[in-house]
Design a binder for this molecule. Structure first.
Ligand code: IMP
Length: 186
């Protein structure tokens, strides 16, 4: 392991989900997705930047043809909470009319981002739109956003690693964990 990884890992207070657990769970989800989309083409839509790692590993766990496209959106929020008011920074390259779309996301917290995105994509006339999220926090249960494939239910804590950032750092950690208090106080 290189020094940068070791240094970043030291900022973790607690590892919630290990690399092995993530990969095992993504294999499970890939099995369900393969079965559910047997008869259909499949377009994976990743939400930049957090979903990059999930997309890369989930797509490789799928033993079938898939296409991948990306959206970048920014949510006008205060601090770490999103507001549901969303702006598209990068739109899809693909016309999704008639396509089976599976949104790939890192974490559903309030669910505001995903309910906006789902509505936006549904207005483009796709055959279907579903969601796969690696993590789901408890607050998401209050929202009317149906996440068909959930990796892990996690407590309401701010987590980093495996694509998830704090101030653009820690996305490259292999596992997911909570940050040590000294990081926030710097
Ligand atoms: P929501 O709209 O509240 O569901 O927020 C979803 C987005 O907020 C995610 O795509 C992340 O970018 C960000 N987010 C929510 N919780 C966390 C976290 O614990 N760590 C890092 N980013 C998070």
């Amino acid at each position: 392991m290189d020094h940068a990884h070791v240094a970043a890992d030291l900022d973790l207070d607690q590892t919630l989900i290990s690399e092995e657990q993530i990969h095992a769970r993504l294999d499970d989800l890939a099995g369900s997705i393969e079965a559910d989309y047997k008869e259909h083409d499949l377009l994976l839509v990743g939400v930049l930047k957090g979903a990059v790692m999930v997309m890369a590993d989930l797509a490789r766990a799928l033993n079938r043809h898939v296409e991948m496209d990306w959206m970048a959106i920014s949510s006008y929020g205060s601090g770490t909470k999103s507001s549901g008011v969303v702006r598209i920074l990068k739109d899809l390259d693909t016309d999704i009319a008639g396509r089976h779309v599976l949104i790939v996301e890192d974490v559903v917290d309030t669910g505001l981002t995903l309910s906006w995105l789902t509505a936006n994509l549904k207005s483009r006339g796709p055959a279907s739109v579903e969601i796969a999220a690696l993590l789901r926090k408890p607050e998401a249960a209050h929202m009317q956003v149906a996440v068909k494939y959930v990796g892990f239910e996690i407590p309401d804590a701010f987590v980093v690693g495996y694509g998830l950032d704090y101030d653009e750092r820690y996305r490259n950690l292999r596992s997911i964990g909570t940050l040590a208090p000294h990081v926030y106080s710097q």
